[in-house]
Design a protein around this ligand. Structure first.
Ligand code: ARG
Length: 465
């Protein structure tokens, strides 16, 4: 057996693993990026071993210095991982032993890769979630700015993708502001579930040595210690929580993208997406395709699959650690990467959208967007709503048949359907007015959108604090 590359667990074995087994077993292609967290964990563990008398001050200082040097070696690409050493944990430990001899061989005292990987991963996730949270906050700020800018732009609102009632475009952006605010809270909740110290759980049952978990908890800045060593080395639900938060996030970005794709077609023509986030066709010179939005819609599948990937991995696993769990990184790393990319693209894209008010205007005369307003007008004249609904429904039928809009109707025509109609019915036939009359808490009126924007600013301040 090649002595330098031999596995740290080789004592029990008469033969080294088959070459194909080494390839099968290694996780370096995904977990090498945990090297900083692994070294951070080793430093905290080393300090704790010193505290409980297993390492002398002199030994600790040598170990800390060597760990610093190793980090530099990895940063500079001098230390390349070996697949014979399986994973990030054993590669870094082997390097420490290489540098310090028997002293390096003390670092793994009271520790297992099972609590080690849990520690590294939680440290990594805390940072990853914080980075995502920051980007979501920036995205929310962009949506708020859009809402402020577009508060007086009136667009048709849809249900069933059919014209329903006029709304403020600012109100539309605020709808997504609230959805993404809930996503932010879900990321925050995932962060809190992640913020638990696993170090000291050992392989599964703790240690015969007097490990001071409270010390490593403080060193590593975890909120609390995990309560049960069996749970600790098998727990991956903090990752599921993150993946679920990411999944609702991409569901939201896919819906938003779909609206914006539709709105940038010639059929709708509500918005001009920024050139910087569109591409052309290799054959058709006329094309400007909203690819960034389509890709965002498309990337949803990978993230949603990640959630299922990990859930399926965990299903039916016996306690405690099983090697299946090594497969827990690829889906999560894929999701972290994708969510970051989506946020990096969508934020400037949304900021760069230009609403096209002239081409939106004719849409506001289609689809009888003010039918509910007319029905509610009659309600104010004391006609029961169910009757007003029927009356206006009949009026819509009449208009369609005679190619008329509400504005084209004479007072006589109105009154043919209900004598309660008076001249003032014409006063309500303005989409802008229709928007501003919807002053219900959470409605689309300018005053309400302003209130939401104010509320939104406070939420962002609280998150930024
Ligand atoms: N590379 C492993 C993982 O990511 C580390 C833990 C290995 N533990 C073990 N008992 N083989 O899960």
């Amino acid at each position: 057996m090649d002595h330098k590359n031999k596995a740290l667990w080789s004592g029990r074995f008469a033969e080294s693993p088959a070459e194909i087994m080494q390839k099968y077993s290694q996780s370096l292609d995904v977990d090498w990026q945990l090297y900083k967290e692994d070294l951070q964990g080793s430093k905290a563990h080393g300090k704790m071993l010193h505290r409980i008398g297993i390492l002398s001050e002199e030994e600790l200082q040598q170990i800390l210095k060597a760990l610093e040097e190793i980090e530099e070696e990895v940063n500079q690409g001098i230390l390349q991982p070996k697949i014979s050493l399986e994973d990030v944990h054993m590669n870094l430990e082997a390097r420490l032993i290489e540098k310090l001899g028997p002293l390096g061989a003390k670092i793994h005292t009271g520790r297992s890769r099972n609590d080690q990987v849990a520690t590294d991963y939680r440290l990594y996730m805390k940072k990853a979630i914080n980075d995502i949270k920051e980007k979501v906050l920036l995205f929310l700020t962009t949506l708020l700015e859009r809402a402020e800018k577009d508060i007086d732009v009136v667009v048709p609102g849809f249900t069933h993708l059919q014209h329903a009632q006029p709304i403020s475009l600012g109100h539309y952006w605020m709808a997504y502001f609230w959805k993404f605010t809930r996503d932010l809270k879900r990321f925050q909740a995932a962060y809190e579930t992640t913020n638990v110290n696993p170090l000291g759980a050992g392989a599964l049952a703790g240690s015969t040595l007097p490990l001071d978990r409270e010390f490593t908890r403080k060193e590593l800045d975890f909120e609390v210690n995990s309560q049960n060593s069996l749970d600790t080395v098998s727990d991956r639900d903090y990752l599921l929580e993150f993946l679920f938060a990411a999944s609702t996030f991409v569901l939201h970005t896919s819906g938003l993208s779909e609206d914006l794709i539709l709105w940038s077609t010639s059929e709708f023509d509500f918005i001009e997406p920024p050139d910087a986030f569109c591409t052309g066709s290799s054959m058709m010179p006329n094309k400007k395709n909203p690819d960034a939005l389509e890709l965002t819609r498309g990337k949803t599948s990978g993230v949603l699959s990640s959630l299922y990937d990990l859930m399926i991995n965990i299903k039916g696993l016996p306690l405690t650690y099983n090697r299946d769990l090594q497969e827990d990184k690829r889906p999560v790393f894929h999701t972290i990467y994708t969510v970051n990319m989506i946020l990096d693209v969508l934020t400037p894209l949304i900021a760069g959208i230009a609403p096209k008010e002239e081409s939106i205007a004719p849409h506001l005369n289609k689809g009888f967007l003010l039918a509910t307003d007319v029905a509610e007008y009659l309600v104010a004249k004391n006609v029961p709503f169910r009757e007003t609904h029927e009356i206006v429904g009949n009026l819509v039928q009449y208009c369609i048949k005679h190619h008329k809009t509400f504005e084209d109707l004479s007072l006589e025509e109105w009154q043919n359907y209900c004598p309660a109609f008076e001249k003032d019915v014409y006063d309500i036939l303005s989409p802008q007015l229709a928007v501003d009359r919807r002053k219900t808490f959470g409605g689309t009126a300018r005053s309400e959108v302003k209130r939401q924007i104010q509320e939104g600013k406070t939420i962002i301040e609280v998150f930024n604090a």
